[in-house]
Design a protein around this ligand. Structure first.
Ligand SMILES: [Zn+2]
Length: 308
């Protein structure tokens, strides 16, 4: 029996007028964000130059962990801060990776992945969804003890073949971020596999249309296509709402984040800078290492027992 909620299906009868209004709203926010950028760029929106493949190091936390949504500075900033590790996986393969250093760093073997899922279960971690974290950040709900989020990037077929059975074994849900132009290509997930993931209680998110570095795109139309059209394609093919986005390469800026928000996403995940969460459109994650010891050290540093 599944213990996580099914995603509700939605109707796709939005008329052109509504679509035009969304685009207009986005263009307004685009120009506003340009003005903001000229004035000042908030530190957490600074574009990242790091590549996915260069981000496999385990990032140690610099602040004490907490599982509560607590105001960090009530007088100046009403947003909450919460410690939730977000794990990012790419390839799950049967044997130790060979090939380039980048490929090795993007691969976790089935055996170690199974050990990692078992570690979460044995140590009382509770797998939550991005929606649950977003609700916590907006103060509409609390988090369980020891929350963790599991995510997969790029839509590789090995995630379906090797990760899904282990996720089912432990009754864990995960979010699969898909590049829509790649769906159905050799080595990538097909539409039927993506539908099967939904049936099995998984979440599907967008990872853009072509895995472009979004913070380098200067055309509002192209940026909107990467972000909004990918959402439309996924929703029409899957018959389910798609409300999570992951920035390719973890790269984004204020304009990118504004576009993701305007397109109707509830969250956006960056990459590989730790697990202190305060902004639903700049969620921090860590690349899962192909090493159980490092995995445990990363999560152990965030154990809720340190709160007390
Ligand atoms: Zn990616």
């Amino acid at each position: 029996m599944r213990i996580y909620p099914r995603r509700s299906t939605i109707a796709f009868d939005r008329n052109k007028e509504e679509m035009d209004r969304e685009l207009l709203n986005f263009l307004r926010s685009w120009y506003t964000s340009l003005l903001v950028l000229f004035a000042a760029t908030p530190e957490h929106y600074l574009p990242s130059s790091a590549q996915d493949s260069a981000l496999a190091e385990v990032v140690e936390p610099s602040t004490p962990p907490t599982s509560e949504c607590e105001p960090r500075s009530p007088s100046t900033d009403k947003r909450s801060t919460v410690e939730v590790p977000i794990l990012v996986y790419h390839h799950i393969r049967q044997s130790d990776p060979i090939g380039s250093r980048a490929e090795r760093r993007l691969t976790v073997t089935v055996e170690i992945f199974d050990h990692q899922m078992n570690y979460l279960q044995e140590n009382g971690y509770q797998v939550i969804t991005f929606a649950t974290l977003a609700n916590c950040l907006t103060k509409t709900s609390k988090l369980p003890a020891k929350p963790v989020i599991i995510s997969f990037d790029d839509g590789w077929e090995d995630q379906f073949l090797y990760a899904l059975p282990r996720l089912e074994k432990y009754h864990y849900s995960a979010t699969f971020f898909v590049v829509t132009n790649s769906v159905g290509s050799p080595g990538f997930l097909s539409w039927s596999q993506l539908r099967r993931l939904l049936v099995e209680g998984m979440e599907i998110g967008s990872h853009s249309r072509s895995h472009a570095r979004l913070d380098k795109i200067n055309s509002p139309g192209i940026l909107w296509d990467q972000i909004h059209t990918s959402k439309q394609i996924l929703e029409s093919q899957l018959g389910a709402a798609v409300e999570e986005f992951a920035y390719p390469y973890g790269s984004y800026n204020a304009t990118t984040a504004a576009a993701v928000r305007s397109a109707g996403y509830k969250t956006a995940r960056a990459c590989c800078v730790g697990g202190v969460q305060s902004d639903a459109y700049a969620l921090r994650a860590v690349m899962a290492p192909n090493d159980l010891g490092k995995f445990g050290r990363y999560l152990g540093a965030r154990a809720p027992s340190r709160r007390n």
